[in-house]
Design a protein around this ligand. Structure first.
Ligand SMILES: Cc1cc2nc3c(=O)[nH]c(=O)nc-3n(C[C@H](O)[C@H](O)[C@H](O)COP(=O)(O)OP(=O)(O)OC[C@H]3O[C@@H](n4cnc5c(N)ncnc54)[C@H](O)[C@@H]3O)c2cc1C
Length: 410
């Protein structure tokens, strides 16, 4: 048996670990385009801040690959898959035969068509370690940085460089920051907090055109810059899968076991479109825990076990310049707003179940209780919901619920 994985990141690492719990001997080969072993991508902004270094960003070290007898082809790009002959062709010309294949190709930054972008000498994206290091090598105390995109990646980049440069301006077409993960109130809280740290925002606006060092916005504002970062979103890397004849939509379509539409071909992580637990919609959930759990599930099934991942939930836990936020699930149904120190919590209830929450500031403490209620779809009649809203204590659960969902002596 030869297991082959395309992409050497979170999803394939989890897949290796799952395979090795069932199959200690068969060959595993990982094809990875980046010239690094798997690292934690969310840490690239902490690298710029000087809060971590490349060694500490490594997700699994060299010994992990040796102990698990994994051959890693670093800096190798898979160019095509031939499902009839069960081979992967690399850009180098090499061909690798597989028995079971995992596609874990992640996503790539979307670059919108911007008039004049070709004239800009120093522009960057912010998705990979190499790109973060390239940006870092251009940062000077007098640099004026313009970031296009006020989503998670744009703001994490802003946080990473704020103390290192003269100014950071952020432009976004949306009228608020983190529009896809926060409600209006929390967006405002985050924007005001980041403004107080020195960030400048141009919201509800976009770049009409660029010259070498200036962006002219639709509003007529002109922003001078030395470095431009484009962080307007990502697209799942589905080209290989599509060309191989797999069913795709915005991501590679998979079932709850990580199986694609073709036998012996699995997919996991940011490149996939799976089923969201709340609401049951098909969605690309480009989140690290999701990538890990999907990879683990696919690995178990590839090695002949049986696993399914049915608890895919949109969940973000992030910190921006000291402000902590946790968002989970969907913002539908009745909303319950509870103020607390430095922030607030908003819980969303539908059909007597918690379907989403936004926690900011001190409200993030004991977030695990809310996520447990949500993931386990606990009937809210079985607990003291008023107490849960105010103070998420275990005692608010009925004893049977504590036993069932939280386990152990309760
Ligand atoms: C700045 C930043 C902050 C983030 N913060 C958070 C956070 O707070 N919380 C959270 O949950 N998630 C966060 N994420 C997202 C998280 O990093 C991803 O969900 C996770 O890395 C997905 O893992 P993956 O294995 O699916 O793919 P990826 O990590 O994207 O890796 C895919 C790999 O496949 C390789 N590849 C692609 N095509 C080929 C090919 N043809 N041949 C060979 N190799 C190929 C790529 O080069 C890449 O190395 C953040 C991401 C970024 C960039």
């Amino acid at each position: 048996m030869h297991y082959v994985m395309i992409g050497n990141s979170i999803a394939s690492t989890a897949c290796i670990e799952a395979i090795r719990t069932l199959d200690r001997e068969s060959r595993i080969t990982v094809i990875g385009e980046e010239n690094h072993l798997c690292y934690s991508r969310p840490l690239i902004s902490y690298l710029l801040q000087g809060k971590t270094d490349e060694n500490r960003m490594t997700y699994r070290n060299q010994a992990f690959y040796e102990e698990n007898k994994v051959t890693v082809l670093q800096g190798s790009c898979a160019a095509s898959i031939d499902k009839a002959s069960k081979t992967v062709a690399l850009e180098s010309g090499m061909s690798i035969a597989y028995d079971k294949l995992l596609l874990a190709t992640g996503s790539s930054p979307f670059i919108p068509p911007i008039k004049g972008l070709g004239e800009v000498k120093n522009w960057f994206t912010f998705l990979t370690l190499d790109e973060a290091k390239r940006l870092q090598s251009h940062l000077r105390p007098d640099s004026r940085v313009l970031i296009l995109g006020a989503g998670l990646i744009g703001l994490k980049c802003a946080e990473g460089i704020l103390d290192k440069v003269h100014s950071v301006s952020v432009v976004d077409m949306a009228s608020r920051v983190l529009p896809s993960v926060l409600d209006e109130q929390c967006s405002l809280l985050v924007r005001e907090h980041l403004q107080s740290q020195g960030l400048r925002f141009y919201l509800g606006d976009s770049i009409r055109e660029c010259t070498a060092n200036e962006a002219l916005l639709e509003s007529g504002h002109a922003i001078g810059f030395d470095l431009l970062v484009i962080a307007v979103g990502v697209r799942a890397n589905i080209k290989l899968a599509k060309e191989a004849g797999l069913q795709t939509n915005r991501g590679i379509l998979i079932d709850e076991g990580g199986r694609t539409s073709e036998p012996d071909m699995y997919a996991a992580g940011d490149c996939t479109e799976g089923t969201e637990m709340i609401g049951g919609q098909k969605a690309v959930l480009a989140l690290l825990p999701n990538a890990y759990l999907q990879g683990e599930t696919a690995g178990t099934n590839m090695a002949g076990g049986e696993a399914s991942f049915t608890k895919a939930v949109a969940m973000n836990s992030l910190s921006l310049c000291g402000l902590h936020l946790i968002t989970v699930g969907r913002y539908e149904g009745e909303s319950h707003l509870i103020a607390c120190k430095n922030g607030y919590k908003r819980l969303f209830v539908k059909d007597n179940h918690l379907v989403g929450c936004i926690l900011s500031g001190d409200a993030i403490h004991r977030a695990g209780i809310y996520t447990s209620i949500l993931r386990n779809q606990v009937d809210l009649d079985s607990l003291d919901f008023d107490l849960i809203c105010e103070e998420p204590l275990l005692m608010a659960f009925a004893k049977t619920v504590r036993q069932q969902h939280l386990g152990g002596p309760v």
